[in-house]
Design a protein around this ligand. Sequence first.
Ligand code: ADP
Ligand code: MG
Length: 269
Amino acid sequence: MTAAAISERTNELLLRFNLTTAAAELARRLEQAGQPEVLGLVLEVLEMEAEAREQRKIGRLRRASQLPPGKTFETLDRNVFQPALDRKLRELARGEFLEGAINLLAFGPPGVGKSHAATALGHALIEQGHAVLFRPAYQLVQELLAAKHDLMLPRLLRRLDAAELLILDDIGYVKQSAEEAEVLFTLIAQRYERRSVMITSNLVFSEWERIFKEPMATAAAIDRLVHHAIILEFNSASYRTRARPRVSDPPAEGTMVNKAARSKDDPGD
Ligand code: ADP
Ligand code: MG
């Protein structure tokens, strides 16, 4: 590193830590004292400070995110997904979609890895310092409803606004009341074009009237969600069934076949 680069980087870090006077004085003073080379050592320590701060921030973001632990890209088997979907997920993990408040809509039958992929994405974004919040959709709807009854809905919405990505897991899983549909719509409308939402769902759009009750509200919600959105189609076979040992696979030498794991259409022994 050249002396100029060291000086510039030191300045940058001191300003980031709000040490404005130190930023203005440090290099000049060392120069005057005839020890300009000491700045290199100072910079090393400042870099340690920056790294420690970053790690603390990521720890805070991770705790606040309520993301299920362990469901990361490391534990996600990429071979299961269509190559296009896999590529898309990797690209999204870079986080550029957050700038445009792009929404992510993950569709597919149960067990195909929608929630795991959404969670993995959340973890990857946090590693880059982005704020993410993961909520099972029905839970968040209950929280919104409770806040509304206490006249605290605006406050909760403001709090949710801190999340650059709000993951609503499994929307439409339970039948909702009109009031539940209304608070969910309020949330979607409030984030529209400002903050990204990721939704996972087993229901395709044509079934979304079950979520939003009336055709008008359904159309309005879908309209806002898809205006700037990326649709992720999960159409592989269920990972749950796939992970189970299949009876058609001969057991490896020396292993016991677990009878309980056999499917009912297995002719058995
Ligand atoms: P969905 O949300 O689509 O119903 P999940 O993401 O909950 O499915 O996946 C069901 C189970 O299978 C979870 O335990 C998940 O961790 C696991 N799983 C799904 N897809 C994969 C995958 N590609 N690699 C590893 N585990 C997976
Ligand atoms: Mg799920």
